[in-house]
Design a protein around this ligand. Structure first.
Ligand code: FPP
Length: 247
Protein backbone atom coordinates (compact mmCIF):
# COMPACT_ATOMS: atom_id res chain seq x y z
CA UNK A 1 0.00 0.00 0.00
CA UNK A 2 1.22 3.52 -0.70
CA UNK A 3 1.44 6.07 2.08
CA UNK A 4 -1.66 7.79 0.60
CA UNK A 5 -3.61 4.50 0.88
CA UNK A 6 -2.48 4.05 4.46
CA UNK A 7 -3.55 7.60 5.26
CA UNK A 8 -7.01 6.93 3.79
CA UNK A 9 -7.27 3.81 5.95
CA UNK A 10 -6.40 5.83 9.03
CA UNK A 11 -9.06 8.40 8.15
CA UNK A 12 -11.65 5.64 7.62
CA UNK A 13 -11.03 4.34 11.12
CA UNK A 14 -11.62 7.81 12.50
CA UNK A 15 -9.93 7.92 15.87
CA UNK A 16 -6.33 9.02 15.61
CA UNK A 17 -3.95 9.20 18.57
CA UNK A 18 -3.54 12.69 19.95
CA UNK A 19 0.10 12.22 20.81
CA UNK A 20 2.72 9.85 19.39
CA UNK A 21 6.14 9.46 21.02
CA UNK A 22 9.11 7.85 19.28
CA UNK A 23 12.37 6.38 20.56
CA UNK A 24 14.47 6.79 17.41
CA UNK A 25 16.99 3.97 17.51
CA UNK A 26 19.33 2.22 15.11
CA UNK A 27 21.29 5.02 13.44
CA UNK A 28 24.59 3.43 14.47
CA UNK A 29 23.66 -0.02 13.17
CA UNK A 30 22.36 1.47 9.94
CA UNK A 31 25.77 3.10 9.40
CA UNK A 32 27.72 -0.01 10.44
CA UNK A 33 25.80 -2.17 7.97
CA UNK A 34 27.12 0.15 5.25
CA UNK A 35 30.61 0.45 6.75
CA UNK A 36 30.02 4.17 7.27
CA UNK A 37 30.87 6.29 10.32
CA UNK A 38 28.09 6.53 12.93
CA UNK A 39 27.44 10.28 12.31
CA UNK A 40 26.40 9.39 8.74
CA UNK A 41 23.67 7.25 10.28
CA UNK A 42 22.54 10.21 12.38
CA UNK A 43 22.46 12.42 9.28
CA UNK A 44 20.16 9.94 7.55
CA UNK A 45 18.17 9.82 10.79
CA UNK A 46 17.51 13.51 10.36
CA UNK A 47 15.72 12.75 7.06
CA UNK A 48 13.48 10.31 8.90
CA UNK A 49 12.69 13.09 11.39
CA UNK A 50 11.45 15.23 8.47
CA UNK A 51 9.33 12.32 7.22
CA UNK A 52 7.56 11.71 10.51
CA UNK A 53 6.94 15.41 11.16
CA UNK A 54 5.26 15.68 7.76
CA UNK A 55 3.33 12.49 8.46
CA UNK A 56 2.20 13.80 11.83
CA UNK A 57 0.90 16.95 10.16
CA UNK A 58 -0.96 14.92 7.53
CA UNK A 59 -2.59 12.67 10.11
CA UNK A 60 -3.49 15.61 12.32
CA UNK A 61 -1.68 14.61 15.51
CA UNK A 62 -1.71 17.19 18.30
CA UNK A 63 1.75 16.27 19.51
CA UNK A 64 4.79 14.34 18.32
CA UNK A 65 7.58 13.61 20.80
CA UNK A 66 11.01 12.53 19.56
CA UNK A 67 13.81 11.22 21.79
CA UNK A 68 16.79 12.81 20.04
CA UNK A 69 19.52 12.81 22.69
CA UNK A 70 19.54 11.22 26.13
CA UNK A 71 21.51 12.27 29.18
CA UNK A 72 23.50 9.06 28.76
CA UNK A 73 24.38 10.07 25.19
CA UNK A 74 26.78 12.70 26.61
CA UNK A 75 29.06 9.75 27.35
CA UNK A 76 29.47 8.83 23.68
CA UNK A 77 32.81 9.64 21.99
CA UNK A 78 33.30 13.44 21.71
CA UNK A 79 33.27 13.29 17.91
CA UNK A 80 29.83 11.68 17.89
CA UNK A 81 28.45 14.11 20.49
CA UNK A 82 29.64 17.09 18.47
CA UNK A 83 28.22 15.59 15.28
CA UNK A 84 24.83 15.23 16.99
CA UNK A 85 25.00 18.82 18.29
CA UNK A 86 25.83 20.10 14.79
CA UNK A 87 23.01 18.08 13.27
CA UNK A 88 20.55 19.52 15.75
CA UNK A 89 21.67 23.02 14.86
CA UNK A 90 21.56 22.22 11.15
CA UNK A 91 18.09 20.70 11.42
CA UNK A 92 16.77 23.80 13.17
CA UNK A 93 18.45 26.20 10.71
CA UNK A 94 17.06 24.29 7.74
CA UNK A 95 13.56 23.57 9.06
CA UNK A 96 12.60 26.44 11.39
CA UNK A 97 10.85 28.59 8.77
CA UNK A 98 9.00 25.69 7.18
CA UNK A 99 7.92 24.31 10.58
CA UNK A 100 6.70 27.77 11.51
CA UNK A 101 4.76 28.18 8.24
CA UNK A 102 3.09 24.81 8.79
CA UNK A 103 1.90 25.81 12.25
CA UNK A 104 4.28 23.62 14.25
CA UNK A 105 5.18 24.67 17.77
CA UNK A 106 8.65 23.36 18.64
CA UNK A 107 9.49 22.62 22.26
CA UNK A 108 12.86 21.36 23.42
CA UNK A 109 12.67 19.31 26.59
CA UNK A 110 15.60 18.33 28.77
CA UNK A 111 18.64 19.77 30.48
CA UNK A 112 19.35 22.24 27.70
CA UNK A 113 21.87 24.21 29.76
CA UNK A 114 24.36 21.49 28.78
CA UNK A 115 24.01 22.16 25.04
CA UNK A 116 26.93 23.77 23.21
CA UNK A 117 26.26 27.52 22.74
CA UNK A 118 25.48 27.34 19.00
CA UNK A 119 22.96 24.52 19.45
CA UNK A 120 21.47 26.29 22.46
CA UNK A 121 21.06 29.52 20.48
CA UNK A 122 19.34 27.64 17.63
CA UNK A 123 17.01 25.93 20.11
CA UNK A 124 16.08 29.22 21.78
CA UNK A 125 15.42 30.81 18.40
CA UNK A 126 13.08 28.13 17.04
CA UNK A 127 11.22 27.80 20.33
CA UNK A 128 10.60 31.58 20.40
CA UNK A 129 9.75 31.74 16.68
CA UNK A 130 7.14 28.98 16.85
CA UNK A 131 5.73 29.60 20.35
CA UNK A 132 2.39 30.91 19.07
CA UNK A 133 1.63 27.96 16.77
CA UNK A 134 -1.05 25.40 17.54
CA UNK A 135 -1.40 22.87 14.71
CA UNK A 136 1.19 20.36 15.97
CA UNK A 137 3.46 20.45 19.00
CA UNK A 138 6.84 18.93 18.20
CA UNK A 139 8.62 17.95 21.40
CA UNK A 140 12.32 17.36 20.86
CA UNK A 141 13.77 15.57 23.89
CA UNK A 142 17.39 16.57 24.12
CA UNK A 143 19.79 15.96 27.00
CA UNK A 144 16.78 14.25 28.56
CA UNK A 145 16.32 11.48 31.09
CA UNK A 146 12.98 10.64 32.68
CA UNK A 147 14.36 10.00 36.16
CA UNK A 148 16.05 13.40 36.13
CA UNK A 149 12.75 14.96 34.96
CA UNK A 150 10.86 13.24 37.79
CA UNK A 151 13.48 14.25 40.37
CA UNK A 152 13.30 17.83 39.13
CA UNK A 153 9.50 17.79 39.47
CA UNK A 154 9.78 16.50 43.05
CA UNK A 155 12.32 19.23 43.86
CA UNK A 156 10.11 21.97 42.38
CA UNK A 157 7.13 20.73 44.40
CA UNK A 158 9.25 20.52 47.56
CA UNK A 159 10.30 24.13 47.01
CA UNK A 160 6.65 25.16 46.60
CA UNK A 161 5.71 23.38 49.82
CA UNK A 162 8.70 24.83 51.71
CA UNK A 163 7.77 28.34 50.54
CA UNK A 164 4.14 27.84 51.57
CA UNK A 165 2.82 28.17 48.01
CA UNK A 166 1.00 24.84 48.33
CA UNK A 167 0.27 22.45 51.20
CA UNK A 168 1.86 18.98 51.22
CA UNK A 169 -1.56 17.35 50.96
CA UNK A 170 -2.20 19.26 47.74
CA UNK A 171 0.54 17.29 46.00
CA UNK A 172 -1.54 15.08 43.74
CA UNK A 173 -1.03 13.65 40.25
CA UNK A 174 -2.13 16.87 38.55
CA UNK A 175 0.25 18.96 40.68
CA UNK A 176 3.09 16.56 39.86
CA UNK A 177 2.35 16.53 36.13
CA UNK A 178 2.36 20.34 36.15
CA UNK A 179 6.06 20.27 37.06
CA UNK A 180 7.11 18.00 34.20
CA UNK A 181 8.64 19.37 31.00
CA UNK A 182 5.52 18.15 29.19
CA UNK A 183 3.06 20.12 31.31
CA UNK A 184 -0.02 21.04 29.30
CA UNK A 185 0.58 18.30 26.70
CA UNK A 186 -1.65 15.19 26.64
CA UNK A 187 0.12 11.93 27.53
CA UNK A 188 1.30 9.86 24.54
CA UNK A 189 -1.31 7.38 23.30
CA UNK A 190 1.26 5.50 21.25
CA UNK A 191 4.97 4.89 21.91
CA UNK A 192 7.03 3.65 18.98
CA UNK A 193 10.55 2.27 19.29
CA UNK A 194 12.54 1.42 16.19
CA UNK A 195 15.38 -1.00 15.49
CA UNK A 196 13.91 -4.04 17.25
CA UNK A 197 14.98 -3.04 20.77
CA UNK A 198 12.36 -3.65 23.45
CA UNK A 199 13.21 -1.13 26.19
CA UNK A 200 11.85 2.19 27.46
CA UNK A 201 15.38 3.54 28.11
CA UNK A 202 14.41 6.20 30.66
CA UNK A 203 12.01 7.97 28.26
CA UNK A 204 8.84 9.73 29.49
CA UNK A 205 8.39 7.25 32.36
CA UNK A 206 5.49 9.15 33.91
CA UNK A 207 3.76 10.08 30.67
CA UNK A 208 3.73 6.64 28.97
CA UNK A 209 1.77 4.98 31.81
CA UNK A 210 -1.08 3.98 29.47
CA UNK A 211 0.59 4.32 26.07
CA UNK A 212 0.22 1.51 23.56
CA UNK A 213 3.62 0.18 22.48
CA UNK A 214 4.64 -0.41 18.89
CA UNK A 215 8.04 -2.03 18.38
CA UNK A 216 9.31 -1.73 14.84
CA UNK A 217 12.25 -3.71 13.46
CA UNK A 218 13.08 -0.87 11.05
CA UNK A 219 16.31 1.04 11.76
CA UNK A 220 15.56 4.72 12.33
CA UNK A 221 17.18 6.12 9.14
CA UNK A 222 14.87 3.84 7.11
CA UNK A 223 11.73 4.74 9.06
CA UNK A 224 9.29 6.33 6.64
CA UNK A 225 5.97 8.08 6.72
CA UNK A 226 4.38 4.75 5.75
CA UNK A 227 5.95 3.09 8.80
CA UNK A 228 4.40 5.80 10.99
CA UNK A 229 1.02 5.27 9.34
CA UNK A 230 1.28 1.49 9.84
CA UNK A 231 1.94 2.03 13.54
CA UNK A 232 -1.10 4.31 13.78
CA UNK A 233 -3.28 1.79 11.92
CA UNK A 234 -2.12 -0.90 14.35
CA UNK A 235 -2.95 1.44 17.25
CA UNK A 236 -6.46 1.90 15.87
CA UNK A 237 -7.08 -1.87 16.28
CA UNK A 238 -6.11 -1.86 19.95
CA UNK A 239 -8.61 -2.19 22.77
CA UNK A 240 -7.57 0.47 25.30
CA UNK A 241 -9.08 -0.11 28.72
CA UNK A 242 -6.90 2.01 31.04
CA UNK A 243 -7.12 -0.72 33.69
CA UNK A 244 -10.92 -0.93 33.50
CA UNK A 245 -13.11 -3.61 31.91
CA UNK A 246 -14.52 -3.23 28.42
CA UNK A 247 -18.09 -1.89 28.38
C1 FPP B 1 19.84 6.30 18.23
O1 FPP B 1 20.64 5.55 17.37
C2 FPP B 1 19.72 7.69 17.81
C3 FPP B 1 20.30 8.74 18.45
C4 FPP B 1 21.10 8.60 19.67
C5 FPP B 1 20.19 10.11 17.93
C6 FPP B 1 18.94 10.48 17.21
C7 FPP B 1 19.24 11.64 16.33
C8 FPP B 1 18.73 11.86 15.12
C9 FPP B 1 17.68 11.03 14.55
C10 FPP B 1 19.23 12.96 14.23
C11 FPP B 1 19.03 14.33 14.67
C12 FPP B 1 17.74 14.61 15.33
C13 FPP B 1 17.10 15.77 15.24
C14 FPP B 1 15.87 16.02 16.01
C15 FPP B 1 17.59 16.81 14.39
P1 FPP B 1 21.95 4.86 17.94
O2 FPP B 1 23.11 5.72 17.61
O3 FPP B 1 21.78 4.56 19.40
O4 FPP B 1 21.95 3.54 17.08
P2 FPP B 1 22.54 2.12 17.47
O5 FPP B 1 21.73 1.63 18.64
O6 FPP B 1 22.31 1.32 16.23
O7 FPP B 1 23.99 2.32 17.79
Amino acid sequence: MTSADLLSQIRLHGVVPRHVAIIMDGNGRWARERMLPRPVGHRHGMKAVREVVEGALEVGLEALSLFAFSQENWQRPPGEVSALMSLLEEYIQAEADSLHEQGVRVQVLGDIDRLVPAARAAVDRVVAQTAGNAKLTLNLFISYGARAELTRAARLLAEDVAAGRIAADQVDEAAFASKLYTQGCPDPDLLIRTSGEQRISNFMLWQVAYAELFLSPVLWPDFSRSNLYEAILDFQQRDRRFGKVAV
